[in-house]
Write a protein that binds this ligand. Sequence first.
Ligand code: F6P
Length: 360
Amino acid sequence: MRERIGILTGGGDCPGLNAVIRAVVKSASKRGWDTVGFLGGYDGLLEPLRCRPLDYREMDALLFVGGTILGTSNKGRFAAKTGRGEAGNISSAILDEARDNFHKLGLRALVCVGGDGSLSIAQQLFEKGVPVVGVPKTIDNDLEATALTFGFDSAVACATDALDRLHTTAQSHERVMVLEVMGRYAGWIAVCAGISGGGDIILIPEIPFRYESVCAKVAEREREGKHFTLVIAAEGAREQGQDYVTQSEAEKDREVRLGGIGAVVAAEIQRRTGKETRVCVLGHLQRGGAPTSFDRLLCTRFGARAVQLIADEKYGYMVALHPPDIVPVKILEAIGRLRTVPPNGDIVQTARALGIAFGD
Ligand code: F6P
C-alpha cells in the first residue's frame, strides 16, 4: 500500500492555488506517495466526505490556471475568523469529526493551504491530533511570520495594470479617478500597487485620512498643471474618526464584507473640489486569472517544501518566505494577529518621498 497525503484549499481563492497543488502532488509522487484532495475546503473532511485522488498526470497545465481545482469556502461550519485577525474557535464536535474522517482514510499528513482563518483551523486540527502542514495564501498579504503570502504579487500586478489604464483615461478627461482595491484590514495591495502604478493619493486602513488633506493634494496637482489625479483606496481605508465602510453586516458564519469606500471618497472629492470624479472597484478581478511568474515560483517552492516538512514529520508548521529562503515556522506564530502596513515603515516613506499623499 502506497503512502498517501491529503491536501485542501481554504478561504478565499487566489492565483497560485493550483500551482501549490501541482507542486505538492508532483513532489509527493517523486517520493512514492499518492495525494488525495479534499473538496470545498475543510467541509470536504466532514460527512458526506468529499475527496478524490489527484493524479500527477492531471497536474500538467495547472501552473497557470487560476482558482483551485479542489474548490474552497470562506463561510459555513468552518468559518474561523470574525475579522481583524481574531481566530474563532471551531466546535469540538466538528473538529473531532474531521479528525476521525482524516484518520479513517489512513493519510500520513494533511497540507492546509490558506490564510489566517484557514491556518487557524489547521492549528486547531493539529491540536486534535491531525498531522498538518500549512502553506500561506492570501492576496491580502496580512499573515504574520512570512515575508509574503502567495497570491499577493498577482493581485498587485492586477491593480497596477488597472492603475495604468485609469491613468490614460484620467489624463484625457482631466478627472480624478478612484480605484478601490481589496485587502481587508491591511493596505498592502493599495500601497504596493499605488507606488508601482504611479498613484497620487493612497488611502489605507493603517493611516486614517482627512478629506481636507486628500483634496489639498488634488489642488496641489492642479497648481502644478496636472489636471488629473489617481487615488487608490484600500477597501479598509477610512476617514479619521469613522468606521469601515461595509457592504453587509457580519452574517452568521462569515466575516463582514468590506467595500464601498471608493464611491464615498469619489463623491466627497467631487463635492469639495468640483472636479469630475469617477470610481472603479477592481473587486474579484484581483483574485482571478493566472498567477504572475513570481507567484508561480513562490507556490512551487512552498509546495515542494511542504512535502519536505511531511517527510521530516514537522507537523504544526507552515512554510514561510524568509528571503532568500523558504523556512518552516510554527503555524501558531502566523495566526491570530494581522500583519499590517507599518505607518512609518520603509514602503510608506518611499511613497512619501515621491510626493504621494496618504491623506493624513
Ligand atoms: O481575503 C481575501 C479577500 O479577497 C479580501 O481582500 C476581501 O475583503 C474578501 O476576500 C472578499 O471576500 P468574498 O470573496 O467573500 O467577497
